[in-house]
Design a protein. Structure first.
Length: 159
């Protein structure tokens, strides 16, 4: 187990912004999930916890591995100039069903605080467009996430 953690940590980016680090689909996913969490300019504890839970569940990791992936996503998002660097990686590595599921994960993070902000809505819309998820699938995923979020408020521009 310890060797696996060390191996994982060695594969994470060093912060130099190298191309190799941006090609890791785990980091690309973490960066996009982090980005949507911060889209409204307010990072609440419930959103941060949901962000880490989504990463942990998606990649079957916890502890130091999870913290390292969350930190790598945050760092990658802070260094990025656009979303394309991340969406192009996901589009190459995920099939159509996995891309739809990823949009669902984004909506889970959006609704973690029970509110839909227009900047969060716009971010999910842009990511969905860039990874090839159709409008109806994006809307269905949003409705499902909103229905599962207690007291969810806000409406999408799609409605």
């Amino acid at each position: 187990m310890f060797e696996r953690v060390l191996s994982f940590l060695k594969d994470l980016p060093t912060g130099s912004g190298t191309r190799a680090s941006t090609d890791d689909p785990r980091i690309a996913a973490s960066a996009l999930l982090y980005h949507v969490m911060n889209a409204d300019g307010v990072r609440q504890d419930v959103e941060w916890e949901r962000f880490k839970a989504v990463l942990g569940e998606s990649y079957s990791i916890s502890g130091a591995e999870l913290e390292a992936l969350a930190a790598a996503g945050e760092r990658a998002d802070n260094e990025a100039i656009d979303l394309y660097a991340f969406t192009s990686v996901l589009k190459r590595h995920l099939d159509a069903d996995a891309r739809k599921a990823f949009i669902g994960l984004m909506w889970e993070i959006v609704y973690a605080d029970g509110e839909l902000h227009e900047l969060e809505d716009n971010t999910v819309w842009r990511v969905a467009e860039l990874i090839g998820v159709e409008r109806r699938d994006r809307i269905e995923a949003r409705r499902k996430a909103a229905a599962q979020a207690p007291g969810a408020t806000g409406t999408s521009a799609d409605e």
